[in-house]
Design a protein around this ligand. Structure first.
Ligand code: ZN
Length: 140
């Protein structure tokens, strides 16, 4: 054992294997660390998967609040006392295109909840993706 220059902190079973197979303990140490890291990453991934949760009520959009002027002559809004707020969902698409959808006051909270859910799912997927990248980089 001492001839391999290994530390005495090695588990006895590995030191025994090391002795019989004459493989430097270093190899086991690397395997052991990769194995521990894999276990840790899989645990983190399970937690991230749980955070994905229910994906049904998700919405990729931003909520805009806007005060408006109706344009009727003599209306208070023309003197600065604007109507609103009115709520709009803004959805962006490729090539910088956006779409705005009016959302009534009654559905504002629902829209906000769906947007929050979207961000929760998206962040969890990003975390899972990051973990999987780390898993692929681990040695077998
Ligand atoms: Zn008005």
């Amino acid at each position: 054992m001492e001839s391999h220059g290994t530390t005495l902190a090695a588990p006895q079973i590995l030191r025994d294997l090391n002795f019989f197979l004459d493989i430097p303990y270093h190899s086991y140490k690397c395997y052991d660390m990769a194995s521990q890291e894999r276990t840790r990453l899989l645990h983190e991934r399970r937690k991230a998967v749980q955070r994905v949760g229910d994906v049904a009520e998700t919405l990729r959009a931003s909520l805009l609040e806007r005060m408006t002027q109706c344009g009727k002559p003599g209306c208070k809004c023309m003197r600065g006392d604007k109507h609103g707020p009115a709520y709009y969902l803004t959805v962006s698409y490729a090539q910088g295109k956006t779409r705005q959808v009016y959302v009534g006051k009654a559905r504002k909270r629902l829209a906000e909840a769906w947007i929050r859910n979207y961000h929760r799912v998206w962040e969890a997927l990003e975390e899972i993706s990051r973990i999987n990248l780390e898993l692929l980089r681990l040695k077998d």
